[in-house]
Write a new protein. Structure first.
Length: 182
């Protein structure tokens, strides 16, 4: 039976550039790093907003998420871009993003309209991040550490690989050269 609320929306070519351009016009200085960190980590909106500086270890390149939707804490690895984003931020209190959920929601709604992507949900950034990690070749176990999914079926709802990207990955490869004859 198909899941009725499943989405597979990912950023299409050029849409990240449109988002970044729209972010440059945002008045709240926290919105850009919040959006970009969501794409770099796959964190949910609530996880981003509850993220505390004390839970970030830039030397070990990790962020500990003590309170999650599933009730299971997790520690996520930080990409080079995520580390750079966090290093560039001004620390103003215990929280990385001292803003309310409503202020981020309203900023997001203005941003996606300004970028010409009214159909893009904030949670789609989580799908984008997990799909990007899958495309980088991370294993199912590694993806589940990042996403926090304990059931592979739920994880697979988030990894939306593009067939054209897979075809490029396979270009110039063959079973005979890589595995040999069986």
């Amino acid at each position: 039976m198909p899941v009725k609320n499943a989405r597979d929306r990912r950023l299409q070519p050029g849409e990240l550039d449109r988002l970044v351009a729209a972010l440059s016009k945002t008045r709240n200085a926290l919105v850009r790093p919040a959006i970009m960190l969501a794409i770099e980590t796959g964190l949910r909106r609530g996880e981003l907003l509850s993220l505390a500086w004390a839970d970030i270890d830039l030397d070990r390149r990790t962020a500990h998420i003590p309170h999650t939707k599933t009730g299971y804490a997790r520690t996520v690895p930080l990409t080079d871009s995520a580390v750079a984003l966090l290093r560039a931020m001004q620390r103003a209190g215990a929280k990385v993003f001292p803003m309310t959920p409503m202020s981020l929601k309203l900023a997001w709604n203005r941003l996606r309209v300004r970028a010409g992507m009214p159909d893009l949900h904030f949670h789609d950034l989580r799908h984008e991040a997990i799909s990007r990690f899958a495309e980088m070749g991370l294993s199912t176990v590694e993806l589940s550490v990042i996403s926090g999914h304990r059931d592979p079926r739920m994880l697979f709802r988030y990894a939306h690989l593009r067939p054209a990207d897979l075809a490029r990955k396979l270009a110039g490869r063959s079973w005979e050269r890589e595995v040999g004859s069986l």
